[in-house]
Design a protein around this ligand. Structure first.
Ligand code: HEM
Length: 508
């Protein structure tokens, strides 16, 4: 019995050493975990950002946890994320190694590349096409596609979500590949969408953590019970190859035969001479083009569905935005990008949509290239660092009553918009989203066009009474309403498909 205190002291000493880094500083605070699994059992698998926020509520803005032996640091506030990911970017710009990338066919994905010359080349290609000034070249495509979306919705309002997806994917097909997608069942769009669906399943945080820890699961013969990981991976690889290769071949051929209109691929080919290794350049161009498709379809379409939900739940906000639009251009009028500065309330609706429910709640993981010390916390080399974008959107000091959808929060007392342009949903540091200017313009033109043309109303029950929509939030990396029921009706009774076509033609 007399040994018990000594044994406890020994355990405590071991625990303290394990919680400390190589210096005398402690790791950031976090919940205790189990051997091997770490904090897996404490984690809300479908909404890990909520668990992180709960753990942080009593521990501060930077927390530490472990999943299957991987060290994870979660940054809860914009201030901490900026201090580390922006201001110490030489340490925080890598992405974690993912040994299953090849097996699932995602090694093309620019967003997952390690901090390397290959990543720098991808980033340069993106930057040249999507930086703030260059992104303006795509405004005519975005306007045209927004109007096609309106025409699709007025014809089949029940399929409004599909028309939003088509808006997002057909913009990127035009902007990147100069490919004009068909409105129904376009083969290239279907191939890409299928690839992304399987890819997201296999790349979900849970599945990728399991595969990283037990890579043998990818080697089990397909007849073996429980070998669905391998089946999924094989499927994902096949689809990804089609998604990356087929549209690129189409675009390349048109560039070579000088039949392409300006697009990311044709413009990038003009710069191929300045790059020593043409094969390397073409591979990077092919891969970054496919990555752009993922960014556009997943995040832009999801954000627009969040917007529809907000408009349905907050009819006063919807009405105020529509009144603003009508005051500028009248009833039968569709705004263009030139009208953006005259529509501050619509601007605030866009900001509030990004803030109210960020569709990429944990962004993408960063990875430390070296150890670091921040506010007396030791941050080890080789740790995964996640910015909890969802927690930032819920910051009660910056955004009082964060659950309310309230565009008014972006106005100052003098009626002018404030300078909070809600940038955190696009990430931080050198890995910040490269498509953000392009996404911003796509979101704005879609929102303003939808508001000018339609009303978004709650569904009706069997007695014809309005009820709250019943739907599920998607789980995994991206969070958006799935199959969201909504009554989408033209704002003006006399608005028909033909009349809309006339308005579009007149303003073209
Ligand atoms: C509403 C729309 C979008 C949102 C909310 C969004 C958000 C994000 C976030 C949070 C990241 C991770 C940043 C970080 O690591 O800190 C990211 C990275 C990235 N995004 Fe977006 N994105 C959107 C649209 C797009 C579009 C349209 C494109 C392409 C045209 C795109 C291309 C990329 C790429 C290539 C990366 C990886 C950057 C790198 O690792 O260097 N995104 N995005």
């Amino acid at each position: 019995m007399i040994y018990i205190p000594a044994i406890i002291c020994l355990f405590l000493a071991i625990y303290r050493v394990r919680r400390k880094g190589s210096s005398n500083l402690s790791l950031p605070p976090g919940p205790k975990g189990l051997p091997v699994l770490g904090n897996l059992l404490d984690l809300n698998g479908s909404q890990p950002w909520v668990s992180f926020t709960q753990w942080a509520s009593t521990r501060g803005n930077i927390i530490y946890c472990k999943l299957f032996g991987r060290q994870i640091i979660v940054l809860q506030s914009q201030e901490v994320a900026k201090a580390l990911l922006d201001h110490r970017s030489s340490i925080y710009s890598d992405r974690p190694p993912i040994s299953t990338m090849k097996a699932i066919g995602s090694e093309f994905n620019s967003a997952q590349l390690r901090y390397s010359d290959e990543w720098r080349l991808h980033r340069r290609i993106f930057h040249q096409s999507f930086r703030s000034e260059a992104a303006k070249d795509y405004l005519p495509i975005q306007l045209r596609k927004a109007r096609q979306m309106l025409q699709g919705i007025i014809e089949t309002p029940d399929r409004y979500q599909r028309h939003i997806e088509l808006f997002a994917s057909s913009i990127i097909m035009s902007a990147v590949y100069d490919y004009e997608a068909q409105r129904n069942d376009d083969p290239l769009l279907l191939t890409a969408e299928k690839a992304i669906k399987v890819f997201l399943e296999v790349a979900s945080p849970q599945t990728s953590a399991i595969l990283e820890t037990f890579p043998f699961l990818l080697k089990l013969p397909s007849w073996f019970p429980g070998a669905n990981f391998k089946r999924l991976a094989v499927q994902s690889q096949k689809n990804a190859t089609a998604m990356v290769d087929i549209p690129f071949r189409y675009a390349r051929e048109r560039v070579m035969t000088a039949t392409s209109n300006p697009c990311m691929i044709s413009e990038s080919y003009k710069r191929i001479e300045t790059h020593g290794n043409a094969d390397e350049f073409e591979l990077a161009l092919k891969s970054s083009s496919a990555t752009a498709f993922i960014g556009m379809l997943q995040f832009t379409a999801s954000t627009l569905t969040v917007f529809v939900l907000a408009m349905m739940l907050y009819p006063d906000v919807q009405k105020r935005a529509q009144t603003e639009i009508e005051a500028v251009g009248g009833a039968d009028w569709l705004p263009t990008f030139e009208d953006r500065s005259s529509l501050p309330y619509v601007e605030a609706v866009l900001r509030e949509t990004l803030r109210w429910h960020p569709v990429f709640p944990l962004g993408l993981p960063h990875y430390t290239a070296d150890s670091d010390v921040y506010n007396d916390h030791y941050i080890p080399k080789g740790a995964i660092v996640m910015a909890n974008i969802w927690a930032m959107s819920q910051d009660k000091v910056r955004y009082p009553n964060p659950n309310d959808f309230k565009p008014e929060r972006f106005f100052m007392a003098n009626g002018q918009l404030n300078d909070d342009t809600v940038e955190f949903p696009f990430g931080f540091g050198r890995r910040v989203c490269v498509g953000r200017y392009f996404a911003d313009a796509s979101l704005w033109i879609a929102m303003v066009s939808l508001l000018a043309t339609f009303r978004f109303m709650r569904p009706l029950d069997s007695d014809g009474k309005e009820v709250d929509p019943i739907f599920q939030w998607s789980t995994g990396l991206i969070s958006h309403p799935e199959s969201l029921p909504c009554r989408v009706v033209p704002r003006h009774r006399d608005m028909t498909a033909d009349k809309l076509a006339d308005i579009i033609n007149l303003s073209a």
